[in-house]
Design a protein around this ligand. Structure first.
Ligand SMILES: NC(=O)c1ccc[n+]([C@@H]2O[C@H](COP(=O)([O-])OP(=O)(O)OC[C@H]3O[C@@H](n4cnc5c(N)ncnc54)[C@H](OP(=O)(O)O)[C@@H]3O)[C@@H](O)[C@H]2O)c1
Length: 401
């Protein structure tokens, strides 16, 4: 394991997370992670991440790391009240920090991260609470994650932000353009998460891999339609490159993340020791600059192809009749893709997203058809407009390009 020194702190290049402990990737026995985290410490991992909303993640991590407390960093997150409503008020943060300290069984949290945006609370109030906790010794540093670029900018100006959490892998590169430059400008380090593409870049997932009802990847747009196909093509490139270096696809995927400026730590979340040991091999070597540049070209071409395919998919979904067994996943895909392609702002799709989310346990076809009709009316014209822009020369309605 290699280490990076950032603001005088030495962190392992690869860190481990607890999202899977809470069952995000299918139900797991939380106890299996105790041995996994201890094996990680033996192999040199010093950075561990959890959250107050990752089921038993804090308790399991605290228990596993208790014998090594002075050797490891423990990061956790705050920002949602009971019931999942965003809450970054001073009162909530101060109370939630006490609860996290108790669950982790520690006297101080090394890194306390804002997990969700709370539009009702001014950033100054949240930052004030975090500074107070730092002054009291309850936390050493604080960071932010899952925020819009505008909100990140507010935090960077108002507070003493140590780090920013971003999703980063070869199949999820949006943050490189959206928030990473802002952090770079402020000298703030990036903690990258889901660096294996939630398993997509490991070679273990194929075009027909099905996920259980309790696995978030069943709904995650990354694993649907053209996005999964694109991800698998990228995984194929990682495999080819790995063959030249004697590395596995996931080791290339992690080394690719670590090659980005300002990345302080790459977080992965395996649930088996075999996967853990493989992933730690993403550290300790580098991809040659020429290969990185070639990958970059390939990823840009892949983006172009995916963008065209997704516009066509959005047209087909919005114009067609919703298929009951697929409507829920398709509508989530539409909402995320509209934002990703810059065809809608996040605030524009949030009302439909909230309506959808309450239906996830019981997707009533009539309600889904109503949401589908609303999205069709609101977004089909803009999608069609983009689609006509994508037409080859001579076929475009406007005769452009
Ligand atoms: N995901 C988020 O939204 C999010 C947000 C903020 C912070 N974080 C933090 O970042 C951490 C890392 O993110 P993540 O958990 O999404 O990481 P990840 O490692 O990209 O995804 C974990 C998934 O990938 C699979 N996987 C990992 N390595 C594998 C390998 N070598 N071979 C086959 N499958 C493999 C795991 O399967 P197995 O279980 O079979 O090993 C698991 O299903 C989280 O645990 C959390 O602490 C995550």
């Amino acid at each position: 394991m290699e280490y990076r020194t950032y603001r005088g702190e030495r962190l392992s290049e690869v860190g481990l997370g607890c999202y899977g402990v809470g069952g995000a990737y299918g139900a797991k026995d939380p106890d299996q992670f105790v041995g996994l985290f201890r094996r990680a410490v033996e192999l040199g991992v010093t950075f561990f991440d959890t959250a107050d909303v990752y089921g038993p993640g804090e308790q399991v991590l605290g228990r596993a790391l208790a014998p090594f407390r002075d050797r490891v960093w423990i990061a956790t997150k705050v920002g949602a009240s009971e019931g999942g409503k965003p809450d970054c008020s001073r009162a909530h943060i101060v109370a939630a920090c006490e609860q996290s300290l108790r669950r982790l069984g520690v006297e101080q949290i090394d890194l306390y991260q804002i997990h969700f945006d709370d539009p009702q609370t001014p950033v100054a109030e949240t930052v004030g609470a975090l500074d107070e906790l730092a002054a009291a010794g309850k936390i050493r540093y604080y960071g932010v994650g899952h925020l819009s670029p505008g909100r990140v900018a507010e935090y960077l100006v108002a507070g003493h932000v140590f780090s920013m959490l971003i999703e980063l892998s070869a199949v999820a590169r949006g943050a490189l353009e959206r928030t990473a430059p802002l952090c770079r400008a402020h000298g703030v380090g990036l903690i990258a998460f889901s660096v294996t593409g939630r398993g997509l870049l490991t070679g273990a997932i194929g075009p027909d891999t099905a996920f259980g009802a309790d696995d978030i990847r069943r709904l995650d747009p990354l694993f649907q339609r053209a996005r999964r196909a694109s991800g698998l093509r990228i995984a194929g490139e990682m495999r080819k490159l790995g063959e030249r270096y004697g590395k596995s696809p996931v080791q290339v995927a992690i080394a690719w993340v670590l090659a980005h400026p300002n990345v302080v730590c790459a977080l992965t979340g395996p649930s088996t020791v075999v996967h853990l040991e493989e992933n730690l091999g993403g550290s300790g070597w580098t991809i040659h600059a020429d290969d990185l540049a070639a990958l970059d070209c390939l990823l840009k071409a892949e983006d172009e192809r995916l963008r065209r395919e997704q516009v066509a998919e959005l047209c087909a979904i919005l114009e067609g009749e919703p298929l009951p067994e697929q409507a829920f996943t398709d509508l989530v895909y539409v909402l995320e893709t509209l934002v990703e392609l810059g065809l809608a702002e996040e605030q524009q799709v949030m009302p439909a997203f909230r309506q959808l989310w309450v239906l996830r346990a019981d997707p009533d076809p009539t309600e889904l058809a109503r949401i589908h009709a609303g999205l069709q009316e609101q977004f089909l014209p803009v999608v069609k407009d983009r689609s006509s822009d994508d037409s080859p020369p001579g076929r475009s309605q406007r005769g452009r390009r």
